[in-house]
Design a protein around this ligand. Sequence first.
Ligand SMILES: [Zn+2]
Length: 296
Amino acid sequence: MGLLFGSFLNVVIARVPAGESIVHPRSRCPRCGHQLAWYENIPVLSWLALRARCSSCGLPISWRYPLIELLTALLFLACQRRFGWTPELVAALVLVLLLVPLSFIDLEHWILPHELTWPGIAAGVVLSWPMGWGRVQDAIIGAVVGFLVFWGMEWLGEKIFKKEALGAGDKDLLALIGAFLTWKPLLAVIFLSSLQGAVVGSLLLLVRGRAGPAPDPEPGPESTPAPPVGPEPVDTGGEEKKAEDEEEEEDDWEPGPTSIPFGPWLSLAALEVMLLGPLLREVLPVPLDMLFAGAR
Ligand SMILES: [Zn+2]
């Protein structure tokens, strides 16, 4: 099931940012338009059998396709082991089906489409219904608190640092995570995502001079060097020059070398808290254990 849903998530990742339908038309090669036969569309196996190339034009098929299928399958398996055959399993699987595409879309396009986050917030509240009324209340509080925390940080960032510290979609994503996991582990989610994002971002910045993925090559016809400001500034040791112009137009925003997309880190932290919460509470020292007190 995870492999099949993962295959569908590949379609979501490719089409939702482009504003295309996810049910029509059938899957085709992006270069030559060759429509995939059913045997060319079997998760992982077809990619291996085709040797990662389109059977019609020979265009390489990205390793991202089998990766997402395998990743979704592994996460489905982990959810089943964690929750058993319970209503919580259904909610956990739906959360996986939202966080995987949101992460990969954010990595590629630096956006978290509200076509996914807004219905996701509603799904989180609705799916907590079988777990009792108390859980529904906690889910609603979680969505509101998640949104308000990042809204507050954004407001502060604009007032004090005069720059955009968080992408607009991060508010919706934290609200979504709050709706699924309730408000209780939100602090742990923010802590884990910031820590891991900062560590990995700094390492990548050292190794290849860029903390996040390279910006989308499509929109800018002539790529001017992006100013070194953006969401999640990571300390670089003062080598970079400061951006001269403070005024940044919303639409022309380009991720600088110190920018990281925050969505994948929030998603990773949410999955860690959901799947490993009890384990983390046992392993971590007492003060950190308090962070995870809300993790079921
Ligand atoms: Zn082709």
